[in-house]
Design a protein around this ligand. Structure first.
Ligand code: ATP
Ligand code: MG
Ligand code: MG
Ligand code: MG
Length: 485
């Protein structure tokens, strides 16, 4: 089954269950100062859950372009290293706004996975919220009983608050989730260890595919819970992970979502992606190829949705993602000229039917990416010259950590590149001093700022949180700062 068909079947299934199919909201949010990028399917429906608006239909389904590179959901550091977290991904979702609840949601999820997609029941595990005494939230008996009628009990696991309870913020709608996980390991591996021991353990072949959130409660200012008058369902399934399962492969990058991009990268860079049994060196190349295949999607869709790379706010995050891809190419694939823009054509061919904006904006996206690549490659070139000077000034084999940090901080010259170049010359830099300089700089910018940990910052009576910019550098992306006034 192709990814196109998989996406379509999801939408058709929920349409047949009375859902209105709606388009994805843009990846970049322009009118919500509390969230920079769309990071889940429900973001565009937030107001309905808060009771501030009425949806066109009480049942809705879609595929949402998501980006998880900042705030509470930041997967950037995992991307490329693992095979199932992306910066940009599609989240398939179905919603009930005060209409159906747990029974229908669970039954339909099961029907879709096991009857329409025909996933073998014996590779599925489900999780149910175990309850929390100190938070005064009950065990989700209702979901447990529904699952018990569908799946054997040794495949139902209880999960904690971190994995199985969703809250919008310190206050507001919240409720238990029930997640579906797949075990796609080989029979041999399965014989060695039961899959249930690996659920939620970051195993690349025992992965979460679908989260079903049941918005059941409202958390009040004093922390207590009350039942919501109308209860809602909010689900999200990782499209690329679903494709991995249905196409019988072991990595999202081996699906047809990424295949054409990877082939194009291979053709342009003359490097090879090694699917099986990669050596340590081959794995470095693999990681770089995965990073580029992933990042070009994030950057291309952001630009197509109107967010150009820039030095501020969301534009800065996009610039950093693109630079990360350029740097991986430069360092590990030996690409000294712009090439990422050439992948946009492949992306447009492959995603243009589901997301026409990428086809419509193809030329603009290509031009912007090419310009950015050229300008960053010049910076890298300058940085290399500066690094040469630093090396000349250095006595011994260890370059000053402060100088390495200056290169990073002032010229955007990445520290792993510094390390790599020095290593080739039998040298290194003082990492401790580098980290100290980095820490001190972070502390300076963190002063008087608060880091956003929730999906949204809830505005509390009398405390209006004013958005003051994105200038705190964490994990290479700038993240949101708020000041309470
Ligand atoms: P994980 O535990 O794997 O990080 P999550 O619990 O953070 O996932 P949810 O917020 O529950 O994810 O999102 C719903 C679904 O979206 C997940 O079940 C997963 O299939 C998918 N998903 C989440 N993050 C990513 C990502 N970075 N890349 C691809 N798919 C993702
Ligand atoms: Mg996550
Ligand atoms: Mg999870
Ligand atoms: Mg989850």
């Amino acid at each position: 089954m192709t990814s196109q068909q998989i996406r379509q079947q999801f939408l058709d299934f929920f349409q047949s269950k009375g859902h209105l199919i709606v388009p994805s909201a843009p990846i970049v949010l322009k009118d919500d100062p509390t969230l920079m990028f769309n990071n889940s399917g429900m973001a565009q429906f937030k107001e309905f859950f808060l009771g501030n608006g009425t949806p066109k239909s009480k049942r809705v389904a879609d595929t949402q372009k998501c980006l998880r590179v900042s705030g509470k959901h930041n997967d950037l550091e995992e991307v490329g290293i693992d095979t199932y977290h992306h910066t940009m991904f599609e989240m398939l979702g179905n919603w009930s706004f005060g209409d159906y609840f747990k029974k229908e949601a669970i039954h339909w999820a099961w029907e879709l996975l096991t009857e329409v997609y025909k996933i073998d029941k014996d590779i599925l595990y489900v999780t149910v919220f175990e309850g929390s005494k100190e938070e005064n939230v009950p065990f989700d008996q209702e979901a447990y009983d529904i699952w018990k009628s569908l799946i054997s009990e040794d495949r139902i696991l209880l999960g904690n608050k971190k994995d199985n309870f969703w809250e919008m913020g310190d206050q507001g709608p919240c409720g238990p989730c029930s997640e579906i996980h797949v075990d796609i390991r080989s029979a041999e591996e399965k014989a060695k260890q039961p899959g249930r021991e690996l659920v939620n353990s970051d195993h690349p072949h025992v992965v979460e595919i679908w989260n079903n959130v049941f918005m059941e409660f409202n958390r009040k200012a004093d922390g207590s819970l009350e039942k919501l008058p109308a209860q809602h369902v909010d689900t999200g399934m990782g499209f690329e992970r679903l494709c991995m399962v249905l196409q019988g492969v072991q990595s999202n990058y081996d699906t047809d979502v990424f295949g054409p991009l990877i082939q194009k990268i291979e053709a342009v860079t003359h490097k090879k992606y090694t699917k099986d049994n990669a050596s340590e060196d081959e794995e470095k190349t693999n990681i770089a190829i995965r990073v580029i295949a992933d990042h070009v999607r994030a950057v291309a869709f952001a630009i197509a949705d109107g967010q150009l790379p820039s030095n501020t706010a969301a534009g800065y995050v996009i610039r950093r993602i693109l630079r990360r891809a350029i740097r991986y190419g430069f360092t590990f694939l030996n690409t000294k000229e712009a090439f990422i823009y050439k992948l946009v054509e492949t992306l447009a061919e492959q995603m243009g039917t589901a997301f026409p904006e990428i086809r419509k904006q193809q030329k603009l996206v290509e031009n912007v990416i090419r310009e950015e690549e050229n300008s960053f490659l010049r910076t890298l070139d300058q940085g290399l010259q500066l690094l040469d000077n630093v090396i000349d000034e250095t006595q011994g084999e260890v370059v000053s950590g402060v100088k390495a940090f200056e290169l990073f901080d002032t010229f955007g010259f990445p520290k792993d590149l510094t390390g790599l170049i020095l290593k080739e010359k039998g040298m290194s830099y003082d990492e401790e001093a580098f980290d100290k300089a980095m820490y001190e700089q972070k502390m300076r910018s963190r002063a008087a700022s608060e880091v956003s940990k929730d999906d949204w910052q809830v505005l509390v009576d009398g405390n209006v949180e004013t958005f003051v910019g994105y200038d705190l550098l964490v994990n290479e992306v700038k993240i949101t700062r708020y000041r309470v006034v």
